[in-house]
Design a protein around this ligand. Structure first.
Ligand SMILES: [Zn+2]
Length: 234
């Protein structure tokens, strides 16, 4: 048996546990987030947020329009009082224009006020929806405390496993690692198989005494003749 195989086996053991932990964490997260009450409250909040956003955009557009009209009115007034325009008819036209602008601005300001009221009410709805969601989440968290406790333990263990994995990775040559990853992908996550009772523990293939001898003696990796996994004899 080579230490290369031992290291790959150690890596496999860690990866198997890491896979298991990660799967369980995603199961727990799925269970926590698929809670119907949370889903419903989240949907309501998103709807309220969408409405607030829409009204905010409307309001901003209207504010910009009013601002533009004010500037236009000021410019018109400035040219009226500049003294450069002497023609009374022209002055009268400018006067009418500033009055029309004033009326239009007033009208838009009324609209603005209405939208602001709608905005406040939308914001209010959003805050309510936010509060409701966090209340529901708190209830859910309490109910799912057990699952959350499990998740926390798994995360702690996962951190330890990942640190160990880092250390093991240091001792594995790149070509072996490439092979290992390729086998992990094609062999349902298990690249290294333990030899038990003279056979491959994964696919059950019996090994000849010669096979077993070569596993013990060889400096090369030995593969299961049936499933193709790297064999390791503990
Ligand atoms: Zn096998």
């Amino acid at each position: 048996m080579t230490s290369e195989t031992l290291n790959l086996f150690r890596l496999q053991k860690l990866d198997t546990l890491i896979d298991k932990h990660q799967l369980r964490i995603s199961e727990i997260d799925q269970a926590l987030s698929s809670d119907l009450r949370v889903k419903k409250a989240t949907a309501l909040l998103e709807k309220a947020q969408g409405q607030t956003k829409e009204i905010r955009i409307q309001l901003r557009q209207l504010e910009n329009k009013v601002e533009d009209l004010r500037i236009k009115r000021k410019t018109t007034q400035a040219s009226m009082f500049s003294g450069k325009i002497k023609n009374p008819k022209q002055l009268e036209e400018l006067q009418m224009e500033t009055e029309a602008l004033k009326r239009y601005i007033n009208q838009l300001e009324d609209e603005q006020l209405e939208i602001m009221i709608a905005f406040e009410s939308a914001e209010n709805q959003e805050q309510k929806a936010e509060k409701r969601l966090s209340q529901i989440k708190a209830v859910t968290v309490q109910e799912n405390a057990e699952m959350l406790g499990e998740r926390k333990m798994i995360e702690t263990d996962l951190k330890r496993l990942l640190r160990e994995k880092d250390a093991v990775l240091q001792s594995i040559p790149p070509e072996n690692l490439t092979l290992y990853h390729r086998l992990r992908k094609t062999k349902y996550g298990t690249a290294v198989a333990l030899v038990t009772d003279g056979g491959c523990s994964i696919c059950g293939q019996a090994l000849t005494p010669a096979d077993q001898q070569s596993i013990r003696a060889s400096n090369q990796l030995v593969f299961c003749p049936s499933c193709g996994r790297i064999l390791f004899e503990g």
